[in-house]
Design a binder for this molecule. Sequence first.
Ligand SMILES: Cc1cc2nc3c(=O)[nH]c(=O)nc-3n(C[C@H](O)[C@H](O)[C@H](O)COP(=O)(O)OP(=O)(O)OC[C@H]3O[C@@H](n4cnc5c(N)ncnc54)[C@H](O)[C@@H]3O)c2cc1C
Length: 854
Amino acid sequence: MKSHAKAVVIGGGVVGCSVLYHLARAGWSDVMLIERSELTSGSSWHAAGGFHTLNGDPNVAKLQAYTVQLYREIEELSGQPCGLHLTGGVMLADSPERMDFLRLAHAKGRYLGMETELITPSEAKSMFPLMDERHFVGAMWDPVEGHLDPSGTTHAYAKAARKLGAEIVLRSRVTELTQAIDGTWKVVTEQGTVEAEHVVNCGGLWAREVGRMAGLELPLLAMEHMYLLTEPIPEVEAFNRETGREMIGVIDFKGEIYTRQERNGILLGTYEKAAKPWSPRETPWDFGHELLEPDIDRIAPSLEVGFRHFPALENAGIKQVINGPFTFAPDGNPLVGPVQGLTNYWVACAVMAGFSQGGGVGLALANWMVEGDPGFDVWGMDVARFGEWASLRYTNAKVRENYSRRFSIRFPNEELPAARPAQITPLYDIMVRDNNAVMGDSWGLETPLWFAPEGTEPKDIVSFHRSNDFAPVGQEVRAVREGVGITEIANFAKYEISGAGARAFLDHLMTNRLPKPGRIVLTPMLNEFGKLIGDFTIASRDPKDGADRFMVWGSSAAQIYHMRWFEKHIPRDGTVDIHRFDQTLVGLSLAGPHSRAVLEKCVDVDISKDAFRFMDFREMAVAGAPCMVNRLTYTGDLGYEIWMPPAYQRLVYTALKEAGAEFGIVDFGMRALLSMRLEKNFPTWFRELRPIYGPFEGAMERFVKLDKGDFIGREAAKREEREGPRLRRVSFIVDAEDADVMGDEPIWAKVGDQDFGTVEPSHGYGAPRFDAKGAEIATAGGGIVDGEWRVVGWVTSGGYAHSVEKSMAQGYVPADLSQDESAGLFEIEILGRRRPARVNVEPPFDPGGGRMRA
Ligand SMILES: Cc1cc2nc3c(=O)[nH]c(=O)nc-3n(C[C@H](O)[C@H](O)[C@H](O)COP(=O)(O)OP(=O)(O)OC[C@H]3O[C@@H](n4cnc5c(N)ncnc54)[C@H](O)[C@@H]3O)c2cc1C
């Protein structure tokens, strides 16, 4: 074993081997994988080996597609077969809601270039004769599904990596990790110590333990999972004989079952409701190539449904039951990337579908380590998406919930109950008990979504259609637009960045000019490739001891993501200090034409129009409490954001409510706020603005000052300006019926033969594209045509804009079409039906912006 390596990958499961292969392929041949036992000694060896491309997050779906395409490559390079069976598969819908879900998945597939097809139950039966079609209302066919040999595949990655120069050390457990002052990692193993620039935790079942070696508590948990193998089934043998084909894979949502052919019988696995964690606190090091005790009673309810839906299975003998553990993150997606607060400590763990996702995970991580950026949008699996609240207990509750809901529908207005409340503000009981609020989880914080009318239960009726929040949210919006409203905004990220070097530091990170003391600017932040990685509100406080102080507000969910970026770029000379407030600073937003009159009653300073102008920032006492006040709101109306330590929040809230009583002040929630931003054409972070778009694509150019001096991403942004963006963010008014867009719907345009080619966002490099045979294809509608209509883009978000009484959507289309407001040019596919839509260049509410400046 050598004593130095550029990177050490800990763990030789399918994920570690894929990371090793991708690092070597990217040119890092001085890399090493260290495995405690033999390759596949964690969960990889007993996997069912199924793979598919569908995922709720389109970006994760793309990486899954890349994984499937990769198998041919590693087979060729390694000479080791992966045992691929590309059978295709169907998902069976037993209810109209499930069919809506499949319609949505199919629509998403259209802009991802996936060739899924909606089919009838009898068409499904012709592909899978074991099913009783009377239990189903429809199905979706996906040709890119199948199964493989888990062990062969893991070894194919490993052999291919070795061919490219990587080293693999077996039977040597990593026992300790320490980092020297110069950043070098000392990887202590049973066979000696290796010094490495980078370490990668691919510990799978032991990823928590490998995290703890560096002081981390990673949010992941192993769950027991069972599948059974049947004896030969005559109907399967007959199908093979008659068609010459293997049986396809099937997912039966109702039974929480997946099946595929295994030899002459069937492999049937379940994601049962009675989910059971395995080794909830720590994984024993002596757990080897072992299986767990089967517990058929636990999966009996799923089997009962399965036997009804697939009668031939009821009589089949069970040859073997496999019960094995594998790991999940709280939301079921992997944990990938560099860990904030540590240097060169990377993770690729909690990969619950290693044979669907392992390749994409390896590619993203290797790009990130070698190039400094994953190369495409990996937010859905970024380890930075969880905060400190994702503790062992939180993870336990959420993983159990996620496992038992693996095949359940998640409705767009559905808030999941497990592990809540994780964090609350001082107003929680007022909101819940007195105000009848329906609460939502906003990055671990309970946040009012809307207020149910007195005498009604504060609860969402979950649906893909407009639901019971529609009328109350409409009332909240109108009350703000016509009078005044108040809402909690504790769920924003808040930082103070101060010190002698603060101005230069922020100026180098942000695209806009920094404000003078007492003023506010809005500013995007770009990466080196000129892609949007942040969108902030920055206020300049009065300097202290001669040093600048800036208050910075951003997206709550991106706090760890942004801290990681700030720490990467902070000068090492101690001239910049970054303080993340998290919930030690909370907020209220007061908005609407009477908001000034309300605030005036609670302060002792002049806040008249000229004394406290739009985009001013001031520290002032509100109801006697020391607050910071921004003269702006996300509603796009006259209004204020008021920030205070939590100890003052009740006091300030109560005073503002009392002062507002004469103006009929209302409480409004996040849903009303988001409705109001829609009618102002304001974008949101993580929906409209993401690291796959440039600032010109995102229509953010007025906040990008290319002439202000150097900043990260300036050269790329200049190029985007020079060449012109290929895509453009636009707002639409949609002729919707009783359902509004949810996000990720395809946008069609009547453009005849005009071909925009691929309208996928311009990635930094190496965006994966695929088809069932692994050939490159154009995505995002380059190929999807229906007569004169083509899919030319996708929706990012939308909903109902209540004060202008219109259904609205935002999304990306080719720049050439983005200013064309003609009727009849666009259609947006909502729940499988194409609805007319019209581009709306100016915001329908207050296009001149007079209200905000009033
Ligand atoms: C019953 C069952 C069925 C499944 N079916 C499927 C399926 O059909 N399709 C699918 O895609 N996935 C399936 N999975 C999930 C799949 O097995 C996992 O996604 C995958 O194995 C995760 O791989 P990994 O490399 O992250 O982890 P592991 O396979 O757990 O690998 C981790 C490796 O790290 C090593 N290690 C840990 N700590 C150290 C240390 N300190 N020093 C050295 N080495 C260390 C371990 O020995 C182990 O070999 C199934 C899982 C189970 C249990």
